[in-house]
Design a protein around this ligand. Structure first.
Ligand code: FES
Length: 424
């Protein structure tokens, strides 16, 4: 054999090896691609029909108007002493109807003023699973932002400083469309700051009622001093292998370390979710401050999570716009051409503005244009944002729990149907 033949044999061998290597690589990728495709189909399947004992079958708790509750217990829940739980029992001693985990209570408070009292309405999420004897809300004291002269939150200060054991409170029945359903799909709960409260209700209910369901909780706070019910969460995580707790500190203290005090440094974001979660048809429940909601909800949609799998509730004037909201018939009952000519007049504020469908609700539209409107639940459950319609008509995105008076509307859950003049 000449050296030329030998060289040809060597080159042929190398070419054959490369071809085999590429072939195996291609085959493996093809297999993975096929698996991903079939899981993607599964991902877009509708949620399985609720099981026979679905949360949706729980009668939504209801009584007309306000009912008197007595505060049975007050418990401070964090090292910073900024979150306090209030255990409430009905004064009439009757059993409480159940509620849907994630719902809230509406309180009518008589705040003392120099001239007497002022009545205000405020809503707080229920923070425990339904019980027949009591409700629990966990309230954070709202402090003014550092360096500002703004006053502290009036209702949260009232609860922390003036509501004591044995105090009586006026409470409307649980309400709200943000709640978990019984299902066998895995669930991801995301709570930012005091947005943990509805997540606690969902988590406690889920682990009790559906002990095998896969549940993740991503809980974001600044540092350990703000962590609410730490030992309760750690006990649940140790007792339930299907529950995965991930605590995120955005500004950990120097003495705090990853692995011991928290799982991740930084805010909850899509990169973290992608790193932690497998490719499964998760349902996401999110509650937190506006920046968290405004970044995470669209990011999940961009990641390919179906709109029906993203459930959220925002604090304050968050302007979360669903990806599908721009085209959903439920949200946009009219054609773009029809909406283009709609004008909203805020009579007391003296503002006349062309309607922008992307604003979401009329409440969000008012706030985006600098018009202050009192609001409570922002979900059609408390009546705080009710205002008179002087002219025109509105449409509701979903039927509200609170029945507005004739000739009025609930700004937080409606959009203009025609050009409209509102009292505010
Ligand atoms: S803010 Fe509660 S009904 Fe609108």
């Amino acid at each position: 054999m000449t050296s030329l033949h030998l060289l040809l044999w060597i080159v042929s061998g190398i070419v054959l090896q490369v071809a085999i290597y590429l072939g195996i690589g291609f085959w493996r990728h093809w297999q993975e691609y096929q698996a991903l495709r079939s899981r993607a189909v599964e991902f877009n399947l509708p949620v399985k029909a609720p099981l026979p004992t679905a949360a949706s079958e729980l009668a939504t708790a209801s009584w007309p108007g306000f009912r008197t509750f007595r505060v049975e217990r007050k418990v401070t829940e964090d090292i910073a002493q900024s979150v306090c739980s209030f255990y409430l029992m009905p004064k009439d001693g009757q059993a409480l109807p159940p509620f849907l985990p994630g719902q809230f209570l509406t309180f009518r408070l008589d705040l003392p003023t120099t001239a007497g009292t002022e009545q205000i309405i405020r809503c707080y999420s229920l923070s425990d699973a339904p019980r027949p004897d009591s409700y629990r809300v966990s309230i954070k004291r709202v402090l003014p932002p550092e360096g500002t002269q703004l006053p502290a939150g009036r209702s949260s200060s009232f609860f922390h400083d003036q509501v004591a054991v044995s105090s009586l409170l006026q409470v409307r029945a649980p309400a709200g469309h943000f709640h978990i359903e019984r299902s066998d799909t895995p669930v991801v709960l995301i709570g930012g700051g005091i947005g943990i409260t509805p997540m606690l209700s969902m988590l406690n209910w889920c682990l009790t009622e559906q002990p095998g369901r896969e549940v993740w909780l991503f809980y974001g706070v600044r540092d350990g001093s703000e962590l609410v019910m730490r030992s309760h969460l750690e006990t649940l995580a140790a007792a339930h292998p299907n529950f995965h707790l991930r605590v995120c500190f955005s500004k950990p203290l120097p003495e705090e370390s990853t692995g011991r005090d928290y799982h991740h440094a930084g805010r909850i974001d899509l990169a973290l979710l992608r790193m932690e979660l497998a490719f499964k048809p998760y349902h996401f429940y999110i509650c937190g401050p506006a920046p968290l909601m405004e970044s995470l909800v669209p990011a999940l949609a961009d990641w390919g999570v179906p709109d029906a799998h993203i459930h959220f509730e925002a604090f304050g004037p968050a302007s979360v716009v669903r990806k599908q909201a721009a085209t959903s018939a439920a949200v946009r009952p009219q054609s773009e051409a029809e909406e283009a000519g709609i004008v909203v007049t805020f009579a007391q504020s003296g503002k006349q503005l062309p309607w922008q469908p992307t604003a979401g609700s009329l409440l969000a539209f008012a706030e985006a244009n600098g018009i202050a409107v009192d609001s409570g639940c922002r979900a059609g459950g408390c009546g705080t944002c009710q205002t008179t319609i002087r002219a025109g008509a509105v449409a509701y995105r979903q039927s509200p729990d609170y029945d507005p008076d004739p000739g009025t509307c609930l700004l937080c859950v409606c959009t203009p149907k025609t050009s409209v003049t509102l009292e505010v």
